[in-house]
Every structure is written in C-alpha cells, then in structure tokens.
Design a protein around this ligand. Structure first.
Ligand code: NAP
Length: 292
C-alpha cells in the first residue's frame, strides 16, 4: 500500500526538538532573536512575516519585523543589514523576497552575515554546502530530505532524480542528496525526455512549479515521490505531481499541501538555533585566540 508521507506529523516531531533546543539556549541565558527585513509592501511577504511571527512566538523566539519603504535604496538596505549583523542580540536575519526592482538581490544578500543567514542562501553557506562543510542549509531542500529520513526512507545507494535546477530547491538538493550517498540525476526544462529519467528513479523529487508535470506513467512502481512544487490552480495550492494517479503507482508520496511545505518554517528556526551555536563557537575561538 502506498505510504502518504505526512509533513505535518514530521513537522510536529521537529518542533518538539526545536522547543527543547530553544529551552536549553534560554537556560544558558540566550534569547534567540530573529530579525525579518521587509522592503516595500508585498502583501504575500507581509502575510508570511505575520505567520512567521506566530510560529516564532510559539517556539519562544523573539521575532522583530524591520520595515523599509519601497523607495529604500540598495545602500539603505545594506546599511540596515549591517546594523543587524553587528547587533549581538540578533541571531538570525531573514530578507524577505521579492525586493523592489531597483535593488540587486544577490549583492544585498551577500551582506547578510553567513552565520545569521537562516535561509542558507549566502555564497559562503552555498560553498560549504557543495564542499561538505558545516553551514546553514536552505529549508526547502532540507524538508525534502527530512520528510523521507523521518519516515524511515534511506537515501544511500538510491537513484534520486531531481526535476528542477532552481537555486532555492533543485540545485542545493543535488549536493545535499550526494552527501546522503544518493546517486543523483538532475532534469530541467531542456531535458529531452523527462519520463526516460523519472522512470528509472527510486526517488523522484519535483521542484518545478508546474501542476500535473509528473504523471503516473513517469513513475516506476514502488518509487518514492516527493513534491516540492507550489502553484495556485483554481484557487487551490497544488504541487507538480498528479497526486491522485501517482499515488496508485508510487511506494510513498508527499501530498501538497501537507507535505514538504509543512516542514520549512520549523527547519528555518532550526537554522536559527544552529546559527546561534556556530556564532557561540566563533566567539569562543576569538576569546581563546585574540588578535594581537
Ligand atoms: P525555479 O528557480 O523557478 O526553478 C524551476 C526549475 O524547473 C528550473 O530549473 C526549470 O528549468 C525547471 N522546469 C521548468 N519547466 C520544466 C519542465 N517542463 N520540465 C522540467 N523542468 C522544468 O524554482 P525554485 O525556486 O527552485 O522552486 C521550485 C518549486 O518549489 C516552485 O514551485 C516553488 O514555488 C516551490 N517552493 C516550495 C517551497 C515550499 O516551502 N514547499 C519553498 C520554495 C519553493 P530551467 O532551469 O531549464 O529553466
């Protein structure tokens, strides 16, 4: 029988761990603080920030929303980030996207201190992700892996076919899956015969944003299918996978909603905790070996 990989159940497990980690930090006298920087008035970003505030409060994280107007220059934004970087009480910085069109996203993102980069997007973190170093990893590819691992699905030796090579999900996932000893193939919009690849996969990850892209005929019987895609179709949130039909063929499958997306916020807050530990390590090293 097909196993439905329940993101909400896995998220509850992760939340329990997170609450314990935060309680331990508070016992040591550290109050985790997440700074969220919103530039402009994008309603979806504002709604997400409000949601994040609620989740953070429930977890015992101090959430502070910093807002700049849509007219803020790139320099204004960089200076605000510098302020947050140098504030020792701020442990994590989340830069809400999209930024206004006159702002270069990459240049601004690179100003965020890598150890406060809860989104795991800074080139420092991306570099360590590739080389296998300690770093903050992006939440959505982490969700794809956690939902399988916490459901008892091992990646080692499996052929994982990732559909989508986007910077947020597909590309970082390649390196994260390699670190788990999966054999990885990556497909994208120029892949000549997508089904040829997906049919060979023990694990299919869909990270595209096209409803119905992955059909039952494209999936090997018994394969694991993880759907990271998010689109709105007829007013409903939907993934990339034709869930109803693919679930008749797959061995395990994530729903949308209620799958990968359920884990991302808690994993981002776990990044905040990891960042605090890394910041503490750096501080200890600096105290042990002060610069002459
Ligand atoms: P992205 O940067 O837009 O990348 C989409 C990828 O899909 C590209 O690599 C593109 O190929 C590929 N693609 C497009 N059409 C295709 C086709 N017909 N066949 C095969 N590949 C195709 O997207 P992203 O930011 O990585 O996000 C991927 C999906 O995850 C989106 O639906 C996004 O909404 C969702 N997402 C979910 C969460 C969550 O919490 N669950 C979080 C973040 C993102 P090319 O490179 O050739 O253009």
């Amino acid at each position: 029988m097909t196993k439905i990989l329940d993101g909400k159940q896995v998220a509850a497990m992760l939340r329990e761990e997170l609450y314990q980690e935060i309680a331990a930090l508070k016992e040591q006298g550290t109050e985790p603080q997440l700074a969220v920087l919103l530039v402009g008035e994008d309603p979806a970003s504002l709604a997400y920030a409000m949601f994040l505030e609620k989740v953070s409060k429930n977890a015992g994280v101090l959430f502070i929303l910093h807002r700049l107007s849509n007219q803020a220059s790139e320099l204004d934004i960089k200076l605000k980030i510098e302020d947050l970087n140098s504030d020792a009480k701020v442990h994590g910085i989340l830069l809400m996207m999209p930024l206004p069109p006159h702002v270069n996203k990459q240049r601004v993102m690179e100003v965020v201190s890598p150890l406060k980069d809860v989104d795991g997007l800074h080139p420092f973190n991306r570099g360590h992700l590739i080389s296998g170093g300690v770093c903050l990893q992006p939440a959505t590819p982490m969700s794809c892996l956690e939902i399988m691992k916490r459901s008892g699905i091992s990646l080692s030796g499996k052929h994982m076919v990732i559909v989508g090579r986007g910077e947020t999900v597909g590309k970082p996932l390649v390196f994260m899956a390699l670190a788990e000893n999966a054999t990885v193939s990556v497909c994208h919009s120029r892949t000549a015969d997508l089904a040829f690849f997906t049919k060979q996969a023990d694990i299919v990850i869909a990270a595209v944003g096209k409803p119905g892209l992955i059909t039952a005929e494209m999936v090997k019987p018994g394969a694991v299918v993880v759907d990271a895609g998010i689109s709105e179709l007829n007013g409903q949130i939907t993934g990339d996978v034709d869930f109803e039909r693919v679930k008749e063929v797959a061995g395990a499958i994530t729903p949308v909603p209620g799958g990968v997306g359920s884990l991302t916020t808690v994993l981002m807050l776990k990044n905040l905790v990891k960042g605090i530990r890394l910041q503490q390590q750096v501080q200890e090293e600096e105290e042990s070996f002060p610069c002459p």
